[in-house]
Design a protein around this ligand. Sequence first.
Ligand code: CTP
Ligand code: MN
Ligand code: MN
Ligand code: MN
Length: 416
Amino acid sequence: EKPGLELAVVSVPSYACQRHTPLLHHNTTLTDALSILAENAELSENEGRGVAFRRAAALLKSLPQEVRGAEQLRGLPCLGEHSLRVIKEVLEDGVSHEVETTTHSEQFKAMKALTGIFGVGAKTADRWFREGIHTPSDLQRSGHTLNRAQQAGLQYYDELNLPVTKAEAVAIGQIVERAVHAVLPGAEITLIGGFRRGKQTGHDVDFLITHPDEGREEGLMPKVVSWLEAQGFLLYQKTTGNSYLESKEGPARPASNMDRFERCFSIFRLSTDNEGTEIQTGLRSRRGLRSRRGLRSRRGLRSRRGMTLVVVGDHAQKVSWVLGHSQCSGPRSWRAVRVDLVVSPYSQFAFALLGWTGSKLFERELRRWAVHEKAMTLSSHALYDRKRTQYLRASSEEEIFTHLGLEYIPPCDRNA
Ligand code: CTP
Ligand code: MN
Ligand code: MN
Ligand code: MN
């Protein structure tokens, strides 16, 4: 009489890269609970524990129906003792005590708020937390010296924590395309990350850039960044050159998770004029505000919709403002959006595409499968066969799955 008992006899493969994991699935109550515990473990820098919870959640996401009772879980892989305990609790009581305690804990809330600042990782956040800094406002008041990324992260905190919509991703894509084609006609731009997996929102927008004539892509990023900066599209950027060739990362060494492509981590200034979507932003005192309207103002003081704005700096085309009021909100014609740009040589494109489409767990599982099941090393640059001692070429993701002896999983089913 319990529907879905047959789940127990269905055999489910244990690597997430062997399974189809759609974005929408049947067990969100359970996976939400496990995700909180995974997040907490990651914030506590307990990577192993985090991965265990992520694997358990991913298994549940791949099931064809809702789990209603613990007996349906018999024989399923990836469910450790701790995860099983949490799942059973949620199935029986609707909530897990440990999850509740975690979500309400001061440390978890503070670590989430602080790592929610662009440029702040778990180590830094933990150090600040132990100094009594629990919120971005606390940090601002603390007078700590922040690096450029963290300053931008604090300045645009609220906006960067608003989800980026698909429409905004498309709009950013058009800007990136204009920039890239202005400096390198014939270059190809691909939307990667969560949006390629079919997500409707994201924390950022990710693009992969390449050119069919290998070598033409070299040194592309600084030119693209200059173009974007000249047009006023960038609020922040940090560009890193390609270090793949100089790296000592030969086939003998396992590739690190971090790839070595030329890349740019940035914050875009996206105009919201066209869509008429004006965001309400809670602006704090002393928080810098740069606006297009500001460019039209030449004098030190201007009143805009009841706010008093004071010019405090004039860097080339941009004008910085400090709000005269401590709290105010009002419509603005643009928002800040995190954007990641990656440049790949054409011969590595398929590997870069596979490596940057995610999800993070799916990528991790692919590399684990390669090493443990195939004696191969997979990175976003290449696939190396250790038994045959040779690199395996591929010009599509399908070919990489074939090399790995895996059924092809399309991007929309990589939401592990
Ligand atoms: N990635 C990477 N190296 C980094 C950062 C990210 O290889 N330094 C890869 C991740 O493994 C992931 C992809 O880039 O596969 C996208 O990462 P990210 O933007 O963080 O996550 P998304 O899946 O796009 O999720 P979201 O929608 O929240 O942005
Ligand atoms: Mn979920
Ligand atoms: Mn992303
Ligand atoms: Mn990203």
